[in-house]
Design a protein around this ligand. Structure first.
Ligand SMILES: [Zn+2]
Ligand SMILES: [Zn+2]
Length: 151
């Protein structure tokens, strides 16, 4: 069981949209394993390879120590959301203070919803259109209407 880097309380595991989060019931801070934020990021923007560079931006020493290895963490600003997050340089995970919790949950829910929407949309289009090869969806739509207009 991990301990809160802010007050030393034991962290309780909870789940947000299928993502496992360690929660401090005292200060309401949250700890995400490194791969969990990674996972969310991968869902959000699989084509984006510049992510790490952007996360490194504005990195500075944190006042907190990693709950896994006890080393001093680094603070950085999470792009686009104006969030400050503390992270272990050994990639053990990320710490989010209570004030950031609502925003983080919004990000998670927004991203997981986005993924589900994209996946089901893609699946239903795939079923609807059949095996469409490498043509774009737009080509297929044009093809469908073109075909109908024939008679
Ligand atoms: Zn705490
Ligand atoms: Zn660590």
């Amino acid at each position: 069981m991990l301990k809160c880097p802010r007050d030393g309380s034991e962290l309780v595991i909870e789940h947000h949209s299928g993502i496992e989060v360690d929660h401090c019931t005292k200060c309401s801070g949250r700890w995400l394993d490194h791969h969990e934020l990674d996972h969310l990021e991968a869902l959000a923007a699989p084509e984006e390879h510049t992510r790490r560079a952007m996360i490194e931006y504005a990195k500075r020493p944190s006042e907190l120590n990693c709950p896994v290895c006890g080393e001093q963490m680094r603070a950085f600003n999470y792009r686009a959301y104006n969030l400050e997050i503390d992270t272990c340089e050994e990639e053990h995970g990320f710490w989010l203070d209570a004030g950031e919790e609502g925003q983080v949950r919004d990000i998670m829910e927004e991203r997981v919803r986005g993924l589900e929407r994209a996946a089901s949309a893609e699946e239903s289009w795939g079923k609807f259109l059949g095996r469409v090869g490498k043509k774009s969806v737009w080509d297929n739509i044009k093809g469908m209407f073109g075909g109908r207009r024939r008679r």
